[in-house]
Design a protein around this ligand. Structure first.
Ligand SMILES: C[S@@+](CC[C@H](N)C(=O)[O-])C[C@H]1O[C@@H](n2cnc3c(N)ncnc32)[C@H](O)[C@@H]1O
Length: 320
């Protein structure tokens, strides 16, 4: 058993069959204060954006900044040297004015000399709210920091299919041989993964789930065998599901009982070998151009496809 569970097991739900996950019901502070220094391999989370969602008591940007001053100190403390902190955020929009929350996260991170930014991943998705007075938001970001400079990164575990695997080198000692890596290409820092809406296989009653694939890619690349993943705002348990699929330990906290119930069910079905999760490397479907919904009704004006081409080139950057 991971020693952490011994310190916390009286206060949380433990799931011990197969993999191992624990979820604390309550404010994250209650859990994080119990976690020892240097004990977590990966922290992956999406905090409240302070935009007045059902589970938020505030829509003030100043509250986002203040809450991060408190939590980052604790996150850095519990993270192992060489461990990773991945913080998933979007935009704070109030009265039509947008603030990229990752800029505030970065501003907080530089107060902690141990944190080193490795990537700012753009998570892009094809659907979302339709705006009328600005461009519709179709991406969020994940800020990946490591604690210190000495860290493991298993790139091979997350390589994706080469676009042109038959391409060969034209000169040098490798002339005539395939020029790309036979294990696949680096997925880059723009990931096209459908967001969890409507008919998505992972959809629950939580209003702001992220897809299992997001934490899963980081877990595959960054968490060692028997490693521990921590999500202080675990919501519907998405990071727990990803951790268990990847056979890692998980610990999380969630304030809302209803969301914890959802997490409970998702964790149990994952441990039973029946996770509801879209595979991390599944290609994003392109619409069947002959289908009825893809065909414009007569007299219906359609713009030239310039923007479609742009979106298409983004989606090809992350596929099987
Ligand atoms: C953006 S959502 C996370 C959703 C999650 N990633 C998922 O896929 O389901 C943020 C979550 O933080 C929870 N929360 C807000 N304040 C909290 C606190 N102080 N301690 C623990 N959880 C909190 C909310 O109830 C909400 O479920």
């Amino acid at each position: 058993m991971n020693p952490i569970f011994k310190t916390t097991e009286k206060t949380i739900n433990n799931y011990k069959k197969g993999g191992q996950a624990s979820v604390y019901q309550g404010d994250y502070i209650g859990l994080i204060k119990k976690l020892p220094d240097d004990s977590v391999d990966l922290i992956f989370s999406s905090p409240p954006y302070c935009i007045g969602k059902a589970y938020e008591s505030t829509n003030k940007l100043s509250d986002f900044i203040f809450s991060h001053e408190i939590i980052f100190k604790e996150l850095v403390r519990v993270l192992k040297p060489g461990g990773s902190l991945c913080w998933q955020v979007g935009m704070h929009v109030k009265d039509g004015v947008s603030t990229p929350l990752d800029s505030l996260v970065y501003a907080e991170s530089i107060k902690h000399f141990e944190l080193k930014l490795r990537n700012r991943i753009i998570w892009t998705f094809g659907h979302g709210l339709h705006c009328h007075n600005r461009f519709s938001g179709r991406h969020e970001t994940i800020m990946w920091f490591t604690k210190g400079n000495d860290y493991d990164f298993n790139l091979d575990a997350v390589r994706v299919k080469q676009k042109y695997p038959g391409k060969t080198s034209s000169k040098g000692i490798k002339k005539g041989q395939p020029s790309g890596n036979p294990l696949g290409k680096n997925p880059g820092d723009v990931w096209n993964i459908p967001n969890v809406k409507a008919n998505h296989i992972e959809k629950t009653n939580h209003p702001c789930q992220f897809p299992v694939a997001l934490p899963q890619i980081f877990i595959r690349a960054l968490v060692p065998e028997n490693g521990l993943v921590f999500d202080p705002f675990s919501g519907s348990g998405t990071t727990a599901v990803a951790s268990l699929i990847e056979n890692k330990y998980f610990i999380g906290s969630e304030l809302c009982n209803e969301y914890n119930q959802i997490a409970h069910e998702r964790i149990l079905s994952t441990l039973e070998g029946l996770p509801k999760a879209r595979p991390w490397n599944k290609e994003v479907a392109t619409p069947n151009i002959k289908s009825k919904v893809a065909t414009a009704p007569e007299g219906y004006g359609q713009p030239e496809n310039i923007m479609d081409n742009l979106v298409q080139s983004l989606s090809s950057s992350f596929q099987t």
